[in-house]
Design a protein around this ligand. Structure first.
Ligand SMILES: *Cc1c(COP(=O)(O)O)cnc(C)c1O
Length: 450
C-alpha cells in the first residue's frame, strides 16, 4: 500500500491529506467526497514544467483538462505556467470563464460542432487540433464567414500500439481518431490543409493512448513522426513548426504499476526529436506534450461512508459504500483497479478481505475486489486512492445520485471547489408538459393544480 503526496497517518490513526484529517473532511463536507491534494497537483505541474520547458525551452506542456476540470483547476494550471487542452465547448467555456488565456488553449475533438468551432474562433483559441478532412473543410468555411484564420495541427494516427487497455489505445490504425499515416490519408490531409486559404498548418498531433508505462512507445512515436515530417518536406517542400505528442503517461494505481520518471520521459522525447532533426537537417520543431492523468490522478482520493455489509460465508464479503460507478465509472468501464484504506482505522492491522460495492442498481457496480482491511463496520470512512483523473469528470447522475463535492486540501485548509449537487439540481432541467399537469396524482404531489 502506497501513500501519495502529502498523505500521512495522524496521532488518531486517521488518514490525513494536505494536513487535513479525512474523517473530519467527511464530517464537514459529507460523503462521497473528492479530496484533491493541491500540493501534489502543483508538484506534478512543476515536475513537467521543469523537465520540459525548464530544460528544453522549445517545448510546452499543456494539461489535458478532460482528466479533471473545474474553474479552480484552471486557475491552478495557469499559475503553474501550463497550457490547456479542451475537447468540447463545455471545457472551453469552463476555461474561458476561469479567465484562462485563450492563446494557450488547444481545441481537440473528433466531431466538433459548428457552434463549438465558432465559439472557439471567436474566443481566438491558440490551436485547433483538426481530426479529419470534413472538419478541415468546415473550419475553412467558418473561418471565411468570420473573416479570420485558424492555426491548426492535424491529428494523425502513427500506427503505434501501446500496451494498455484497448479502450484507451488511440494510436493504432483502426481508431476513430485522426488521419492514418501509413495509408496516405495523413499526407492527403496535409496537402489539402496547405491549399486552404484560412488555415495555417503549424504541425501534426498524435496521441497513442493512456496509462502507458513503456517509454519506448514514446520514442518510437517520435521516430515515426519525425520520419513523416521529413517525408512531408520531401513531397511538399513544407516544414512544420510544431510537433504535438499527446499525453498518456501512466501513473501508479496498484502495486505492480511502475510509472517511469517524468524527467526521463522528457529527456527521451526531446533528445530523440533533437537527434532526428539534426540528422535530417530539419529545424527543431516546438514540442508539445499533453499530460492529463499524470497531473491529477494520484492527487485525488475519494472518501465514502460504509453502509451495509453482506457476508456470504465461504464466498465473499460485500461492503457497500454511498457512491460507486456514478462517481467512479472506471472499474466498470476498464476493469480499473484501486487501492484503499479505512480512513478512521488507517494504522490497524488488516485482518479481513472484503469487496467494495457501490450503491447503484448494477451488479457491475463494484469499486474494488478483494481488498484487505481492518474489521470494517457501517459508519467507517473508506478512502479510495488515485481517483483524481477521470472520476469527477466522468461522473454521472445514474440512479439519480447527486455528484459529490470536490475539495482542494493544502497546509491544513480545505477549500470547496465544487459544491455537492442537491435534489433540486437533479430536477432542474426536467419539464412537465402542460397536458400532464392536469393529471390527478401529479397535482396531488405538487399541490399546484386541481
Ligand atoms: C486524453 C488525452 C490526453 C491525456 O491523456 P492522459 O492519459 O490523461 O495523459 C492528451 N491528449 C489527447 C488528445 C487526449 O485525448
Amino acid at each position: 500500500m502506497k501513500l501519495h503526496g502529502t498523505m500521512q497517518v495522524n496521532d488518531k490513526g486517521h488518514l490525513e491529506i494536505g494536513g487535513c484529517d479525512t474523517v473530519d473532511l467527511a464530517k464537514e463536507f459529507g460523503t462521497p467526497l473528492y479530496v484533491m491534494d493541491e500540493q501534489l497537483i502543483r508538484e506534478k505541474c512543476r515536475e513537467y514544467y521543469g523537465a520540459f520547458t525548464g530544460t528544453y525551452p522549445d517545448s510546452f506542456v499543456i494539461y489535458a483538462s478532460k482528466a479533471f476540470l473545474t474553474l479552480a483547476m484552471c486557475r491552478l494550471v495557469e499559475s503553474e505556467g501550463l497550457g490547456l487542452d479542451v475537447v468540447s465547448g463545455g471545457e472551453l467555456y469552463t476555461a474561458l470563464k476561469a479567465g484562462f488565456p485563450a492563446e494557450k488553449i488547444y481545441f481537440h475533438g473528433n466531431n466538433k460542432s459548428r457552434e463549438e468551432v465558432n465559439f472557439a474562433l471567436e474566443a481566438k483559441v491558440g490551436r485547433f487540433v483538426v481530426d479529419n478532412i470534413y472538419e478541415l473543410e468546415c473550419l475553412e468555411r467558418l473561418c471565411g464567414a468570420l473573416r479570420t484564420k485558424a492555426d491548426i495541427l492535424l491529428r494523425v494516427t502513427p500506427g503505434i500500439e501501446a500496451h494498455t487497455h484497448e479502450y484507451i489505445q488511440t494510436g493504432q490504425i483502426d481508431s476513430k481518431f485522426g488521419l492514418v499515416v501509413s495509408n496516405g490519408q495523413a499526407m492527403e490531409g496535409i496537402k489539402k490543409a496547405l491549399e486552404l486559404n484560412n488555415i495555417n498548418l503549424k504541425g501534426l498531433h498524435c496521441h497513442i493512448g493512456s496509462q502507458i508505462f513503456e517509454l519506448e512507445s514514446y520514442q518510437h512515436t517520435v521516430e515515426v513522426m519525425m520520419d513523416f515530417y521529413n517525408k512531408v518536406y520531401a513531397e511538399t517542400g513544407f516544414r512544420f513548426e510544431e510537433l504535438n505528442l499527446g499525453g498518456g503517461f501512466g501513473i501508479y494505481y496498484v502495486s505492480g504499476d511502475k510509472p517511469a520518471n517524468i524527467k526521463t520521459y522528457a529527456a527521451i522525447v526531446m533528445e530523440t526529436v533533437r537527434r532526428m532533426a539534426e540528422e535530417m537537417n530539419y529545424p527543431m520543431p516546438r514540442v508539445i506534450v499533453e499530460p492529463g492523468r499524470s497531473i491529477v490522478g494520484e492527487a485525488g482520493t475519494t472518501l465514502y461512508t460504509v453502509g451495509s455489509v453482506k457476508d456470504i460465508p465461504g464466498v465473499r464479503k460485500y461492503v457497500a459504500v454511498d457512491g460507486g460507478m456514478t462517481d467512479n465509472p472506471r472499474p466498470a468501464l476498464y476493469q480499473a483497479r484501486y487501492e484503499a484504506v479505512v480512513a478512521n482505522k488507517a494504522n490497524q492491522p488488516r485482518v479481513d478481505e472484503v469487496s467494495i460495492a457501490g450503491k447503484c442498481c448494477e451488479s457491475g457496480d463494484m469499486l474494488i475486489w478483494d481488498l484487505h482491511v481492518p474489521a470494517i463496520e457501517p459508519g467507517d470512512i473508506l478512502a479510495v486512492f488515485c481517483t483524481g483523473a477521470y472520476n469527477y469528470s466522468m461522473s454521472s447522475n445514474y440512479n439519480r445520485l447527486m455528484r459529490p463535492a470536490v475539495v482542494f486540501v493544502k497546509d491544513g485548509h480545505a477549500d470547496l471547489v465544487v459544491k455537492r449537487e442537491t435534489l433540486d439540481d437533479l430536477v432542474r432541467n426536467d419539464v412537465i408538459p402542460e397536458r400532464m399537469k392536469k393529471n390527478k396524482p401529479l397535482s396531488v404531489v405538487t399541490g399546484s393544480r386541481q
